[in-house]
Design a protein around this ligand. Structure first.
Ligand code: 13P
Length: 288
């Protein structure tokens, strides 16, 4: 099945009280592992691409070519959206041109007026082309690809202003942070999430920083309207751990263990296991 936008899968998720995972991709192995896991578990999935990962993978056109090729060659029949993560205004436009089916415009570091203005313009473009659009209010904490946020709690009234522009899904800061959570992390602010959900109604809400959030918090967030959860660091950690073990066990030195198809295989399997675990937790299995 060709790429789809994220609207239908997230509308269904919000109504059905589960969440669709956005898993960020970094290379061919990552992409293949996520697509195969989605297919094996009959789950919709969103492939996330940050601007930094986009550069690393030789640009958005290369990524679109790779993903479209895999959808066909791997016979992927579950719904898959290819989504720009934390895009700038220009980045969003470049991805739209390159053939992404979904983009995020992160205007959280602008004034709310400027965020509204730029988001509105992109709503018009995405509507015309049938793409989904994610917007952000209240910056997400931590650092991702050099984009640093302080982990604010979004203002529910500002969330409503942005939600009313016609976006598909809304990312709002509720004390979440990208990367590993520090020991003294205060946890998600369910009070903020509840207030945002009350103001924004049916709008699917997005929880960034999915790595390391305890299962009970994830479930509570879903019950309060979160329908998309982003995971990046956790796949990186699983991949690195499995690859380190392969090398520490000296397997790259035995026979043809240096062959990249062998050397990267444990990391590939580790990403699959992490993605499956998250799909189980988010409740998206058999929801394709
Ligand atoms: P983590 O790296 O913390 O999983 O966050 C991913 C994310 O929110 C991507 O936008």
């Amino acid at each position: 099945m060709p790429l789809v936008n994220a609207k239908e899968m997230l509308t269904k998720a919000k109504a059905g009280k589960y969440a669709v995972g956005q898993f960020n991709i970094n290379n061919l192995e990552w992409t293949k592992a996520i697509l195969l896991t989605a297919q094996e578990n009959n789950s919709p999935v969103i492939l996330g691409v940050s601007e930094g990962a986009g550069k690393y993978m030789c640009g958005y056109k290369t990524i679109v070519g790779m993903v479209n090729g895999m959808l066909e060659e791997l016979n992927i029949t579950v719904p898959v959206a290819l989504h720009l993560d934390h895009g700038s205004y220009d980045g969003a436009k470049a991805c739209i041109e390159a053939g992404f089916s979904s983009v995020m415009f992160d205007g959280s570091h602008y004034s709310i007026e400027e965020n509204v203005e730029k988001t509105k313009e992109l709503v018009g473009i995405c509507e015309k082309l049938g793409l989904s659009l994610e917007a952000e209010v209240g910056s997400i904490g931590g650092e991702e690809d050099g984009v640093v946020g302080a982990g604010e709690c979004a203002d529910p009234d500002e969330c409503k202003m942005i939600a009313d522009l016609g976006i598909t899904m809304l990312a709002a800061g509720i004390g979440n942070i990208h990367g590993k959570y520090p020991e003294n992390w205060a946890g998600l602010s369910f009070e903020t999430l509840d207030a945002i959900q009350q103001k924004t109604g049916d709008m699917p809400l997005v929880l960034h920083g999915g790595t390391g959030i305890p299962a009970d918090m994830i479930q509570r967030a879903i019950s309060l309207g979160v329908s998309k959860i982003n995971v990046n660091t956790e796949c990186q950690l699983s991949f690195a751990e499995a690859t380190r073990k392969y090398i520490e066990d000296g397997k790259d030195l035995a026979g043809k263990g240096f062959d990249p198809r062998k050397l990267l295989a444990p990391g590939f399997e580790a990403i699959k296991a992490t993605v499956k675990e998250k799909m189980e937790l988010f409740g998206s299995i058999d929801k394709a």
